[in-house]
Design a protein around this ligand. Structure first.
Ligand code: GTP
Ligand code: MG
Length: 266
């Protein structure tokens, strides 16, 4: 197409590219989910439907962008980790974060009825997105640990907070619960949960305590052979969702392929 006299305006664009050879972490976070969760009567402190919907939306993102090594989600946020070798959208920041964020949000809206049944979505949810580059595996692992530690701290607080407020025998106001918890460390919160409510925090659903980690792994899958019509076992890349500790060593030792800098999926 012939150039027009208007085309020079393109030169005003300022593309930002993300530093090469670094891990790119894109984190999405629900906008105003305090209100959104109230408006849609999310269970307190954790709504299983909402968390599974977040995971399904993250899975859609991972199926679309195959340079993502793993993803980690908790509450209203999800982080996606691209390998250092990725050249997705030539590492253009705006392209990467806007496409991830809109695909995630669109899937969240489309799949809402699968998780919330007849309860309608009463207004459109939105998510913000940012990208951060981490040069080393140690930085990346510290990032993952940071998010999981955040999950733990918030979840322990919220579990104790709502136990106090929703207590059928002696309900506290939100202000009273806040005042009680203000002077507690994590051992004291565990103690309140156990002695006053019979809740052993370690027995709470690991999805709530640990958050959700999504990653590809090779797994034996039983299939029917197209040639023979007989069942056969084949190694396939399967998208796993686990509620595991990502701060310690064992997850990374069991899944060393996640920290390889190049692409692993075939
Ligand atoms: P911005 O992210 O700054 O827009 O604010 P926000 O209102 O989204 O708060 P933030 O991201 O800091 O925290 C997420 C909020 O979502 C929590 O404080 C809760 O109010 C709410 N939320 C997330 N997951 C759940 C859930 O499973 N159950 C309930 N009841 N609330 C949830
Ligand atoms: Mg939020």
């Amino acid at each position: 197409m012939a150039a027009t006299r208007f085309e020079y305006v393109r030169n005003f664009e300022q593309p930002t590219t993300l530093l090469r050879n670094t891990w790119i972490v894109v984190r999405l976070d629900g906008h105003g989910f305090h209100r959104f969760s109230k408006e849609h009567q999310f269970a307190k402190p954790n709504d299983v439907r909402a968390l599974h919907l977040m995971n399904a939306s993250a899975a859609a993102v991972m199926r679309e962008f195959d340079d993502i090594a793993l993803a980690y989600g908790q509450s209203d946020e999800f982080s996606f980790v691209f390998r250092p070798s990725t050249m997705v959208y030539s590492r253009r920041e705006a392209k990467i974060i806007t496409n991830l964020c809109s695909l995630f949000t669109a899937t969240f809206v489309m799949q809402w009825p699968q998780f919330f049944g007849s309860q309608p979505l009463s207004y459109a949810p939105s998510f913000d997105a940012r990208a951060v580059c981490y040069p080393t595996i140690a930085n990346l692992r510290d990032y993952m640990s940071w998010r999981q530690a955040d999950c733990h701290i918030n979840n322990l607080y919220n579990t104790a907070f709502w136990a106090l407020v929703l207590d059928s025998k002696d309900p506290k106001t939100e202000q009273q619960a806040e005042a009680i918890l203000r002077v507690t460390d994590s051992a004291a919160k565990n103690e309140i949960l156990f002695t006053q409510f019979g809740i052993n925090y370690n027995n709470i659903d690991p999805m709530f305590r640990k958050g959700s980690t999504l990653f590809w792994r090779k797994q034996d899958v039983e299939e029917v052979s197209a040639k023979t019509g007989q069942p056969v076992v084949r190694k396939r890349n399967v998208l796993a969702t686990e509620y595991v500790d990502v701060i310690g060593e064992s997850f990374w030792k069991e899944n060393p392929h996640l920290l390889s800098r190049g692409k692993q999926r075939e």
